[in-house]
Design a protein around this ligand. Structure first.
Ligand SMILES: NC(=O)c1ccc[n+]([C@@H]2O[C@H](COP(=O)([O-])OP(=O)(O)OC[C@H]3O[C@@H](n4cnc5c(N)ncnc54)[C@H](OP(=O)(O)O)[C@@H]3O)[C@@H](O)[C@H]2O)c1
Length: 313
């Protein structure tokens, strides 16, 4: 792979995009192109078209999307389906028109049916109803994957799709209104420790199992696949093992040093009982993750503390 290639990381300010930029720089890529949302609104088709026409991009990592947890998906269904359909359609179509050599589309494990057999293989796609809480987002992501397959089939466009499990790491979203479970737990435990609270309330029963992958491992897998994977078939990217939310909360409690107790609010939704990706397709290509959950949570908490210090008083 040519390390001088002009590589566009769409969504470089986000959790995944920033990890991709770190990983690409580390890997010797010297021509990374980024645009903030202010500079390039990806839902605006004409702006995206003009960007690709001018910039002569050779590779695209499509990590820009409207992303959020159960609450955000449930509250803003129209925004989730519209923004994601627009962003991905604009970038994939303009990328193809302006001769991008390869594009990597980031989907999500929520594209799979709610009751898919575990671990979930890529072949489960479209075999049953989706989890209703985030179906808007999931439908958009399925359309993105299908668009990559259609453009490969009709135009020979070299677009690949990956489906990551739940991600976490430096740059995560710690806003309790829109965040995912892991950063929300870190923030709740940290603030409870600071206030001297006796308990932290965790949403749901604590029994569902989820899989978590550090975003630096994800970025490594993306670059690995961009450099050698050439197929229309999507690739799951995960850690390979899941953990009960109760156990996860316990690791966070220990890492943060919160000495109070964890209680579980059973009135809040649990989501699906288990969600673990079958990562055999990726592993058969020769890639495996490296960052353990404990190491990753400790590094994420360290980043959270630093980012708090950086905020104006
Ligand atoms: N986080 C996860 O657990 C997870 C799991 C599976 C898959 N994924 C996938 O990974 C990708 C990236 O997710 P992430 O967690 O990195 O999300 P994120 O932290 O919210 O980052 C998304 C990025 O996209 C940009 N963006 C959003 N709307 C835009 C628009 N209309 N125009 C231009 N830029 C826009 C955002 O810019 P602003 O901040 O300026 O809006 C931000 O930089 C998504 O496709 C997501 O589906 C994420």
């Amino acid at each position: 792979m040519n390390k001088d290639a002009r590589v566009f990381v769409a969504g470089h300010g986000g959790l995944v995009g920033s990890a991709l930029v770190r990983r690409l720089r580390l890997g010797g890529y010297s021509n990374i192109v980024t645009r903030s949302r202010k500079e390039l609104e990806l839902t605006h088709q004409a702006a995206v078209e003009a960007f690709f026409k001018l910039e002569k991009i050779e590779q695209v990592y499509l990590a820009a999307a409207k992303v959020g947890g159960i609450h955000a998906n449930d509250t803003y269904p129209a925004d989730f389906i519209r923004d994601n359909l627009q962003i991905q359609s604009n970038v994939i179509d303009s990328g193809h028109r302006h001769r991008v050599k390869k594009l990597l589309f980031l989907g999500s494990s929520c594209i799979y049916p709610q009751l898919a057999p575990q671990p979930i293989s890529e072949d489960c796609l479209l075999t049953g109803p989706l989890e209703p809480t985030n179906e808007w987002y999931a439908i958009a992501k399925i359309a993105g994957l299908k668009m990559c397959q259609a453009y490969r089939r009709q135009y020979g466009f070299n677009a690949i799709s990956i489906m990551p499990t739940n991600l976490y790491g430096p740059g995560d979203n710690f806003d309790l209104q829109t965040s995912h479970v892991l950063p929300a737990l870190i923030r709740k435990c940290h603030e409870a420790k600071q206030r001297g609270d006796e308990e932290v309330v965790v949403w749901g029963t604590g029994t569902p199992h989820r899989e978590f992958l550090h975003v630096d491992d994800l970025a490594d897998a993306c670059v690995f696949l961009m450099e050698r994977y050439e197929s229309a078939d999507p690739v799951n990217v995960g850690w390979g093992k899941d953990i009960a939310i109760r156990e996860l909360a316990e690791i966070v409690r220990e890492t943060v040093g919160f000495t109070g107790r964890l209680t579980f609010d059973r009135s809040k939704p649990d989501g699906v009982p288990r969600k673990l990706l079958d990562t055999s397709r990726l592993r058969s290509q020769g890639w495996a993750p490296r960052i353990s959950l404990r190491q990753g949570i400790a590094a994420t908490y360290e980043w959270y503390l630093k980012s708090q210090q950086a905020l104006p008083a």
